[in-house]
Design a protein around this ligand. Structure first.
Ligand SMILES: *[C@@H]1O[C@H](CO)[C@@H](O)[C@H](O)[C@H]1NC(C)=O
Ligand SMILES: *[C@@H]1O[C@H](CO)[C@@H](O)[C@H](O)[C@H]1NC(C)=O
Ligand SMILES: *[C@@H]1O[C@H](CO)[C@@H](O)[C@H](O)[C@H]1NC(C)=O
Ligand SMILES: *[C@@H]1O[C@H](CO)[C@@H](O)[C@H](O)[C@H]1NC(C)=O
Length: 347
């Protein structure tokens, strides 16, 4: 079976590249610990906390069990008689990332944001292979059905976006329209990296996360300090000064990741081709539901020039670029993002 051999070969290359980056990262991290930050606090972990109150009171929360047996923590806004808008969050986030969208679209939609598998209050199955995109896309389909709908508008970002791209591939019947923010279409992105190999350098952490334990150690060091730099850091963080996360908002994400960090990191590991997921196949060569891609142009991990490469994989494709916005485009520029989504949903 040449394709199986190929998957193992490519998978092994992922590990080798990952090992290479890990050596560099370990050396620079050791330098940081020894000469800058000090070993004090390196292994400190605050105990697991209750979710900050800001997140609990405003919306209706419940648990939804789907037909695979998985149970998801769902958060609702808008009337349940409205059409469904299902939100898929990224790493290292949780349902809360969509609170602007939940507020804005609640008049016309039943907006449901949920903790994806492995995150927060939702079930976290054992094993890296359980975090393959096939499972994530199937979770979205199962939730749409379990919530009592035939179709949904899907809004997705980062790893949620990678899963979002797969839902109309595998389950076009449940998708009304797809919105993806700062998340690559797999095949389009492959083609893009052929033309712009420098993107592979920007994706170094994808490879480093392949190795067991190391990502968990680095991310949890100094009581999950890096979570703060993801959102507040000068290069990757939210750029809009008026939209910086408050301490209690940051605590939402830390709270989630403290519960279980391995499962979220397993999303990266399960992207290794040695994992075959559910062996799902796209229903058609191209995505046939309307697709809107929204891209914050100042994303330092995902170059906006990849977006045109996605178009040939869709029959009905629109791209909206948000100038000056970071990877966290829906937090940086909610008004512009909502406007783009509204236009798209109206058309
Ligand atoms: C995270 O979840 C996985 C899978 O359920 C489990 O094996 C692991 O022990 C959990 N880790 C922590 C720190 O709870
Ligand atoms: C790769 O991208 C180029 C430029 O957009 C396009 O012409 C070509 O068809 C693409 N190939 C694949 C396999 O996606
Ligand atoms: C920042 O957020 C505010 C409030 O949402 C918005 O009016 C503004 O356009 C955003 N962008 C910048 C660059 O400040
Ligand atoms: C693309 O989808 C929109 C709905 O978002 C629809 O109005 C438009 O007619 C579609 N275009 C084509 C070429 O099918």
């Amino acid at each position: 079976m040449p394709s199986l051999l190929m998957r193992w070969l490519v998978g092994t290359v992922y590990f080798i590249v990952g090992a290479f980056w890990s050596v560099i990262v370990v050396i620079s991290f050791a330098w940081y610990v020894i000469f800058k930050k000090g070993v004090k606090g390196l292994l400190k972990k605050s105990p697991e906390t209750a979710a900050p109150k800001l997140a609990l009171d405003k919306y209706e929360h419940d648990f939804v069990r789907v037909k695979s047996g998985m149970k998801f923590h769902c958060v609702h806004s808008g009337s349940r008689s409205n059409p469904l808008m299902l939100c898929l969050h990224g790493f290292p986030e949780c349902w809360y990332s969509y609170h602007y969208i939940m507020d804005h679209f609640s008049e016309n939609y039943h907006v449901v944001s949920f903790d994806m598998r492995g995150y927060g209050e939702s079930d976290s199955p054992k094993g890296v292979g359980q975090y393959h995109l096939d499972y994530l896309a199937t979770d979205a389909r199962d939730l749409i059905v379990a919530l009592g709908y035939e179709k949904a508008v899907i809004i997705s970002h980062d790893w949620g976006g990678a899963a979002g791209w797969k839902v109309p591939d595998y389950y076009p019947e449940v998708v009304d329209k797809l919105i993806v923010m700062n998340a690559p279409h797999a095949k389009g992105f492959q083609n893009f990296t052929k033309d712009y190999p420098s993107q592979l350098l920007k994706s170094w952490y994808m490879f480093m996360y392949q190795l067991p334990y190391l990502a968990e150690f680095l991310i949890s060091a100094y009581d999950y300090k890096v979570i703060q730099s993801f959102f507040r850091g000068r290069s990757f963080g939210i750029r809009n000064v008026s939209k910086q996360l408050s301490d209690s908002e940051l605590e939402m994400y830390k709270h989630t990741i403290r519960k279980n960090l391995t499962c979220p990191v397993n999303y990266y590991r399960a992207a290794n081709p040695i994992y075959s997921g559910l062996n799902l196949k796209p229903k058609s060569a191209k995505i046939t539901v309307p697709v809107l891609v929204i891209w914050g142009k100042k994303d330092t991990a995902l170059d906006y020039r990849c977006v045109p490469y996605f178009e040939k994989h869709c029959t009905n494709f629109t791209a909206v670029y948000i100038e000056g916005a970071s990877h966290w485009v829906a937090i940086d520029e909610p008004e512009k993002v909502h406007e783009a989504i509204e236009q798209f949903l109206k058309s």
